[in-house]
Design a protein around this ligand. Structure first.
Ligand SMILES: CC(C)(COP(=O)(O)OP(=O)(O)OC[C@H]1O[C@@H](n2cnc3c(N)ncnc32)[C@H](O)[C@@H]1OP(=O)(O)O)[C@@H](O)C(=O)NCCC(=O)NCCS
Length: 158
């Protein structure tokens, strides 16, 4: 667990957080965010499945008083890749507070400790707020994949 200011904490996803993640996924679906954030179904049932799963990929929640404010993941290790793909989403009611940045910096640290030399992500060309955030955090375009911009950030493995 990683305690932050304002009563916020970062925790790896586990069965005890399935319900909180389910509420967040539903809010994302209701806001129409599946247009930009589509790594998996945005349903409470899928949240339960994910929370029970134990594999090499990482899923982390940013919480305050039990409510999931944001959610981030590093995937690809389970499939055998050395470079993980990062995904992040913030609850629609809590955007514009730089919460995605907190989750992403945390995930960069996780990836460094797991000796990844870089992290990648895909982003739609018209997702302006996400693009600005990724550039600010050091991601650079390296190509295209599945109709999206592919970006990469070098890390310093520890
Ligand atoms: C992209 C996303 C993760 C950014 O999270 P965030 O914590 O709100 O990011 P920031 O606080 O840095 O705000 C980013 C921009 O959003 C815009 N913004 C500000 N308040 C906002 C609000 N209430 N609602 C929506 N966007 C807002 C601003 O343009 C801001 O830019 P700034 O840097 O000039 O302030 C979040 O908007 C999100 O979850 N979107 C849906 C899922 C998604 O697109 N994920 C990324 C897939 S690649």
């Amino acid at each position: 667990m990683n305690q932050l200011s304002d009563g916020m904490e970062l925790r790896p996803l586990g069965p005890e957080l399935a319900e909180a993640l389910g509420v967040l996924l539903l809010a994302l679906a209701e806001a129409g965010d599946d247009r930009y954030f589509g790594p998996h179904p945005l349903t409470p049932a899928y949240a339960r499945q994910l929370a029970e799963k134990q594999d090499r990929d990482e899923y982390h929640l940013l919480l305050r008083h039990g409510e999931a404010l944001a959610y981030g993941m590093l995937r690809g290790w389970e499939e055998g890749f050395d470079t993980p793909f990062l995904g992040v989403a913030v609850h629609p009611a809590h955007r514009g507070q730089r919460l995605a940045e907190i989750v992403m910096r945390h995930l960069h640290g996780v990836a460094e400790r797991r000796r990844a030399s870089s992290v990648r992500l895909k982003v739609h060309d018209d997702n302006g707020s996400a693009l600005a955030l990724y550039r600010r955090l050091g991601y650079r375009p390296i190509g295209r994949a599945q109709g999206q911009l592919l970006m990469e950030k070098p890390l310093r493995p520890r």
